[in-house]
Design a binder for this molecule. Structure first.
Ligand code: COA
Length: 336
């Protein structure tokens, strides 16, 4: 997909949902050997939202309803649902099927994408390709994770880092050439899988085996290895994308990186030569919501009336796999 093709695809609407329960850093001080000071200094996180009940689809539904409302569409106008998540409601049926039923999208087909923190970037390319090829007219693209379902809340190395949330957008044809989802750079390197994983619950280590240890059901990560690779690869992917599009860092209006650690975000922003005002930060209030960080940040920018037609938005992510990538979006929303 590139500028020489003559069908253009855009994000026509975006919305987000975070559960109402706010968990601040003091909460963890009560039972873990940690402190508000350490968490803020090392991660930039002040608070996050925890879903006290329900599953990932329950985070998606309010965001999806609002997303449809903003675009003035009904559920039946959606013909494909893609859910990017590593915390599906079930192993099967897929979460797209649960969302289809709960929302009443009776004309849709769909599936889930598992690419961890890169879920939304991979999903955006998939959805845009479907619309471009004519396979789908309007895709409901959901990035959502209930990270508390895989989080060991008794391990200070991970408990403080994640939250629950959802971001949803609608992908459809653009009425303006050269606007919308323009281009992307996508990567996977399975040799990095050992550094960020959840091993149990799949076919390798099914959950019913008596020797499955509780920690196998939680996140395992080697933080510093992930950190270093995230900085390098998000920076490289963004520079490669700019080069492909013959753009420079000065052409970027907004840079929306995946939100895993404020120090990663700042380091990537500096390496790209971007002023702080162009680098979008939401990790302070919502922590790492995996597939939801980028679409929810985009939705908040839109709500704050900061997105203007023609803005060059670069989204960039890095996550388990390792997976990583970047996309260029030239903002062209639906206007009622
Ligand atoms: N409170 C207090 N101390 C903590 C802590 C917490 N919540 N979490 C970890 N520590 C401790 C460690 O136990 C370690 O102690 P030790 O030296 O006695 O063993 C010490 O802090 C330093 O640990 P280290 O891993 O070097 O810290 P760090 O500065 O690298 O920060 C992360 C840890 C996880 C915050 C950081 O590495 C990171 O953000 N990595 C990327 C994570 C990521 O992107 N994950 C999602 C995938 S996209």
């Amino acid at each position: 997909m590139n500028l020489t093709d003559n069908t253009f695809v855009t994000i026509s609407s975006v919305a987000h949902y975070f559960p109402p329960t706010v968990i601040n850093n003091k909460y963890f001080e009560n039972y873990l050997d940690t402190s508000n000071e350490w968490i803020v200094k090392r991660t930039g996180i002040h608070e996050r939202r925890f879903a006290l009940n329900g599953a990932t689809s329950d985070l998606i539904i309010p965001a999806a309803k609002e997303c449809l409302r903003r675009r003035n569409l009904r559920p039946r106008d959606i013909d494909c649902i893609i859910v990017c998540t590593v915390t599906p409601d079930y192993q099967f049926p897929n979460t797209a099927a649960v969302v289809q039923d709960k929302l009443g999208c009776r004309n849709a087909w769909g599936f889930d994408i598992s690419a961890a923190c890169s879920g939304f970037v991979f999903g955006l390319s998939t959805a845009a390709s479907f619309v471009k090829s004519g396979l789908a007219k309007r895709v409901l693209l959901c990035g959502a994770d209930k990270m508390t379902s895989v989080l060991n809340l008794n391990d200070r190395n991970q408990a403080v880092l994640f939250g629950d949330g959802a971001g949803v957008c609608i992908i459809e044809k653009s009425d303006l050439p050269n606007y919308g989802v323009i281009d992307q750079v996508l990567h996977i390197d399975g040799s990095g899988g050992q550094y960020l994983k959840k091993v149990a619950g799949g076919s390798f280590l099914p959950a019913w085996h008596s020797d499955v240890k509780p920690e196998d059901h939680y996140i395992h990560q080697e933080g510093q290895t992930v950190f270093k690779n995230a900085v390098t690869e998000m920076t490289n992917a963004t520079f490669n994308l700019l080069r492909k599009q013959k753009l420079s860092n000065k052409d970027i209006t907004w840079f929306i990186p995946h939100q895993a650690n404020l120090r990663i975000i700042k380091s990537v922003g500096e390496k790209l030569g971007l002023p702080n005002e162009k680098v979008v930060v939401t990790i302070d209030k919502f922590a790492n919501t995996t597939s939801a960080t980028i679409p929810s940040a985009m939705s908040m920018l839109w709500e704050d009336r900061k997105l203007r037609k023609g803005d060059n938005i670069i989204i960039a992510s890095f996550g388990a796999g390792f997976t990583w990538g970047a996309s260029l979006i030239r903002w062209n929303p639906y206007e009622a």
